[in-house]
Design a protein around this ligand. Structure first.
Ligand code: CA
Length: 216
């Protein structure tokens, strides 16, 4: 019985070392937009284009993403020109249910950046049932900079960004890139799987030896 506990403890310890990673991932697609960006602009906001570094969806950690800037303010960004109403809704489909804990917003151009916003999780693509999971102010003012905003830890596929204000002298909004941070269970690497098998096999050997000693 004791070997089972030892074997299980070793296995759990190995699995635990590969469990959760706080990584960044792309929102997938925009499925609703009342702010006024066109389809190409929406894609530029979600396809990780225009960035200075190699942000890889589902792999790059939020800490690593802090060093990545949106390097091109005039393209590869969500762009709304002469928006008299200022505010509006952008609805994202994450493509599958994900656990999200933060929202990353990249300025494209500091002089036409998003300012105040509220974030909601929706139960389905109709966005008829909403839960507020965060709100914030984009306070970094430089071109291309990213800022992470904490969200209530939530598992959802559908997220609404409600834009309440932006900073602009020409009624223009530019948003370089949007991403979410969350805890994603990593798949164990082959070496870790081998270590787990060795631990289980080792437990079996100890068992057989003990049984042999008892029989003798
Ligand atoms: Ca972009």
């Amino acid at each position: 019985m004791k070997f089972l506990l030892i074997s299980a403890t070793v296995t759990i310890a190995i699995l635990d070392s590969s469990a959760a990673a706080d990584v960044l991932f792309a929102p997938g697609s925009v499925i609703g937009d009342t702010v006024g960006g066109d389809v190409n602009d929406q894609a530029a906001m979600t396809n990780q284009s225009g960035l200075s570094g190699s942000y890889v969806s589902g792999v790059t950690t939020t800490a690593e993403a802090m060093a990545i800037e949106h390097g091109n303010g005039s393209s590869d960004s969500y762009f709304v020109n002469n928006n008299a109403t200022v505010n509006g809704l952008i609805d994202f489909d994450l493509q599958s249910v994900r656990e999200i804990t933060s929202l990353a917003l990249w300025n494209a151009n500091g002089s036409s950046r998003l300012e105040q916003f509220v974030v909601f999780a929706a139960t389905d693509e109709t966005f008829s049932s909403l839960t507020q999971i965060g709100s914030g102010t984009q306070s970094v003012s430089g071109d291309g900079l990213v800022q992470f905003h904490s969200l209530t830890q939530t598992e959802t596929q559908f997220v609404r960004l409600r834009i309440d204000s932006y900073v602009s002298d020409q009624r223009q909004l530019r948003l370089g890139e949007v991403a979410f941070g969350g805890n994603v269970a990593a798949v164990p690497e082959p070496s870790q799987i081998a270590a787990i098998l060795v631990a289980i096999a080792g437990g079996g050997v100890i068992c057989r030896r003990r049984r042999f000693q008892q029989d003798a």
